[in-house]
Design a protein. Structure first.
Length: 176
């Protein structure tokens, strides 16, 4: 937690480098996360014209299930985070907060762990593949079904349309 009084006292801002253990909290908040480790946030928070600017580099290793095979995939992630906070009595209209441009400060402190957890959740990728799945071009198949790329599907539709053509059986009839 970063106290806003301490931030105001330092015109150059407060630098920080903190490690976090948020694995259990993140697993509770998202069923996609199998594990999160080595969470490190390093950056600076400073006060200027009624606003508190929180800028930090967030790095961590996250374990998620593969989108295809459900096998665990470990990924190292790195993100730059920039957030702006404002004290509750400072803002004249709630419009900035309602539009998520500015975050409210509660209890006179900026909760860094909460910011880190939220940003990890915001950056969960939709497509996760193992190294073998990324290297191979073979897509999953099963009984009477298969996954196709968009190009394969378009080609399949064109062949299907041509085969359903009523004049397809006449093709090649008058070649002699």
């Amino acid at each position: 937690m970063l106290n806003i009084q301490e931030i105001r006292k330092n015109p150059d801002g407060l630098a920080f480098e903190k490690k976090f253990d948020l694995a259990e909290e993140l697993k509770e908040r998202s069923v996609d996360i199998l594990n999160v480790q080595d969470i490190l946030a390093s950056g600076k928070v400073q006060y200027e014209d009624g606003l508190y600017f929180l800028d930090y580099e967030l790095s961590y290793t996250i374990t998620l299930s593969s989108s295809r095979s459900m096998e665990p995939v470990e990924r190292k992630e790195f993100h730059l985070v920039n957030e702006i906070f404002m004290e509750e009595g400072q803002y004249s209209s709630k419009e900035l907060i309602d539009q998520d441009l500015v975050l409210p400060i509660e209890d006179g402190e900026i909760h860094l762990a909460e910011s880190v957890a939220d940003n990890i959740l915001l950056h969960i990728p939709l497509k996760i593949l193992t190294a073998e799945e990324e290297a191979g071009s073979e897509l999953p198949t099963g009984n009477n079904w298969q996954v196709m790329t968009e190009e394969d599907y378009e080609q399949y539709q064109a062949e299907k349309k041509e085969a359903n053509n009523p004049f397809a059986s006449l093709q090649g009839m008058f070649e002699e």
